[in-house]
Ligand binder design. Structure first.
Ligand code: SF4
Length: 400
């Protein structure tokens, strides 16, 4: 694979040059940029990188691992790690050699961190043999499969490569976990019975299933329009993923009817920790409505490990990392301000407790999704306004 040249580097979105970044499911390593799969809704539209079809390296694998394990947010055996989940697919023909190399190097450091590798490309028996040689890392493969067959949306659908990968992983995995990543689910694209049936057909091979909606922003909407694809969300854009309530109800009803034995989860980390038999590192137990579809034995694991920090403990943690924020601890989450996403995730993964930003409201039963298609009543809005007052008063009292 070629290294990126100076001209390409100069035109790259600066966010892509930052090869280690913190996202909700973990510290994410992305030193390869470019993908040939052409999924219409791709997040690379947001970085103006969709036209780079050939993967390019931003630095060597050694340098990438070095940056990851020496990163200010990285904690051995604790920080969840994700590899190549922003700008390429880790199992593309010329990318997979680097995926294996990164995993090998991390494993040889004796790290026991949870690692998420998300793919929809070709995973073979040989790949699985290599992955099974890893001794220390807690590896989960999340295979993205939506049941979409419209090749304008997902050109890979024609080859059925993803379905074959799922069967290969299931056949040859021993320690590695397999999560069926059912996404994106989009009203009007893949919420019909035939699409659901295709998903459930492959889901039977997985250790768990995670379902989620899709990011709808001006950049990918412009592309959808360009290729003549319709979407019911039109120009209602949002920072969070779209999964209207009606669509979610349809998903849950179809899943219940399917009688599948493989558990279904709303959150990525929940599907991963169930497969690994660990408590949720994002502390979703604190957003307990999320847990009503989770198996009882897993609920017990999360409940047992769940601990609300005291004010003193949280302040000490902020001081240790030199983070400056007012905060308010409530049952299930801590409100903070001006920390930014990365520092919030850093604290969240250390504590296994939800860390929220006072300027980004969470409403009951929305599970952190875009407001589109959700019930947002006046009562919820006024509750939020009261909360902001409480947040400020709490600080005034503390200063006293
Ligand atoms: S109990 Fe709740 S937090 Fe824990 S894995 Fe299940 S859904 Fe997630």
């Amino acid at each position: 694979m070629n290294f990126i040249n100076q001209t390409q580097r100069n035109s790259l979105n600066p966010l892509l040059l930052n090869i280690v970044s913190y996202r909700k499911s973990g510290l994410s390593l992305n030193h390869i940029v470019g993908c040939s799969l052409n999924c219409a809704y791709c997040v690379r539209h947001f970085f103006d990188n969709f036209e780079m079809k050939e993967p390019h390296m931003l630095c060597t694998d050694e340098e990438a691992v070095n940056q990851l394990v020496n990163h200010k947010f990285f904690i051995s055996n604790i920080t969840p790690i994700q590899i190549f989940n922003r700008a390429t697919d880790p199992f593309l023909r010329n990318v997979k050699i680097h995926t294996h190399e990164i995993l090998r190097m991390l494993d040889e450091l004796g790290l026991k961190n949870t690692v998420l590798v998300i793919t929809r490309a070709k995973v073979t028996k040989t790949d699985m043999e290599q992955l099974e040689k890893l001794k220390n890392l807690n590896l989960s493969l999340l295979v993205t499969y939506s049941g979409i067959i419209d090749q304008r949306i997902e050109p890979i659908a024609k080859s059925r490569i993803t379905e074959k990968s799922i069967v290969n992983i299931a056949t040859y995995k021993k320690k590695t976990k397999l999560i069926l990543y059912w996404r994106p689910i989009v009203a009007g694209w893949n919420d019909d019975n035939a699409s659901f049936a295709r998903v459930f057909n492959v889901a039977q091979y997985a250790d768990s299933i995670v379902y989620t909606g899709y990011y709808h922003r001006p950049e990918n909407y412009a592309y959808l329009q360009k290729i003549g694809l319709e979407i019911q969300y039109n120009d209602e854009f949002a920072r969070r993923k779209f999964l209207p309530k009606e669509l979610e109800n349809k998903i849950l009803a179809a899943y219940n009817e399917s009688k599948l034995k493989v558990p279904l989860f709303r959150k990525t980390s929940c599907g991963v920790v169930f497969a690994q038999k660990l408590p949720d590192y994002n502390g979703h137990w604190g957003v307990n409505e999320i847990c009503n579809i989770c198996p009882l034995e897993q609920q017990k694991i999360c409940w047992k490990h769940y601990k609300m920090p005291t004010k003193n403990e949280f302040q000490k943690l902020l001081d240790r990392y030199n983070y400056n924020s007012k905060f308010l601890i409530e049952g299930g989450h801590i409100w903070t301000e001006n920390l930014g996403e990365e520092r919030r995730y850093h604290l969240q993964h250390i504590l296994g407790y939800q860390i929220w930003d006072i300027e980004k409201p969470h409403f009951r039963n929305q599970h952190g999704r875009s407001p589109f298609g959700q019930l947002q009543n006046e009562e919820q809005k006024s509750e939020y306004e009261k909360l902001k007052i409480k947040f400020n008063n709490e600080v005034i009292n503390d200063d006293d």
